[in-house]
Design a protein around this ligand. Structure first.
Ligand SMILES: N[C@@H](CCC(=O)N[C@@H](CS)C(=O)NCC(=O)O)C(=O)O
Length: 206
């Protein structure tokens, strides 16, 4: 199995979860501009959508969409999913919110929108972080232990630091808690993120 990733991109969530879940996997870096991988392969031929994450199974089949990839990882590593009768449903609910309401909300900040668009994006994302913080069920998003949803949220919280998006206290503390985890540090180290940004919180707290 191979994870196609780009340093610091949303694929970092899958990278962390695969390590945390004890999966054996290979990694191949993708240059999102040239759409070439580190081995020179044409990434568009691997994932026709041209974006990460993409998880290629040993039979060649390729799984895309972060929500689906993280859900697949949680199925194989149930300790990364919430417990209880509604566990998987709550996980999908959280992943969908992070994907469609938070991750996509960053678009104007990634694509260098106008100042007005960027200010509106910052305000909208900060509001969505507040919605999550208000409903946190323990030290992690969905309870007493981290799930794959925490790792997806974690990546966006790193972006919050970079793009100066306000983060509620509870999510700033969650970021700190996750930064301490060996799997998080291992994935960040592999992606070269610890050298450029040491694992310390510099997030603006609301
Ligand atoms: N709908 C996709 C979006 C993934 C996505 O936006 N990936 C970004 C990195 S965080 C990317 O590869 N962007 C490059 C591109 O779209 O060309 C998902 O949820 O997995």
């Amino acid at each position: 199995m191979k994870l196609y990733y780009a340093p610091g991109a949303c694929s970092l969530a899958d990278h962390i979860a695969l390590i945390e879940g004890g999966f054996e996997f290979e990694r191949e870096r993708v240059d999102l501009k040239s759409k070439r991988t580190e081995t020179g392969a044409d990434f568009a031929a691997i994932n026709h959508k041209g974006y990460v994450p993409a998880l290629q199974f040993d039979d060649g089949e390729v799984l895309t969409e972060n929500l689906a990839v993280l859900d697949w990882i949680a199925e194989g590593a149930p300790e990364l999913a919430p417990e209880g009768p509604l566990g998987r449903t709550r996980l999908l609910e959280a992943l969908a919110f992070i994907s469609t309401e938070i991750h996509k909300g960053y678009k104007p900040l990634f694509v260098r929108g106008s100042e007005a668009e960027k200010a509106a994006a910052r305000a909208a994302i900060a509001n969505r972080y507040r919605l999550l913080a208000d409903r946190m069920k323990g030290p992690f998003l969905l309870g007493g232990r981290p799930t794959v949803a925490d790792y997806y949220l974690f990546v966006t919280l790193l972006w919050a630091t970079k793009f100066e998006v306000e983060v509620p206290v509870a999510l700033g503390e969650l970021l700190d808690r996750l930064l301490e985890r060996p799997a998080v540090q291992a994935a960040m180290e592999y992606e070269g993120l610890l050298r450029s940004a040491p694992p310390e919180r510099r997030t603006r707290i609301a």
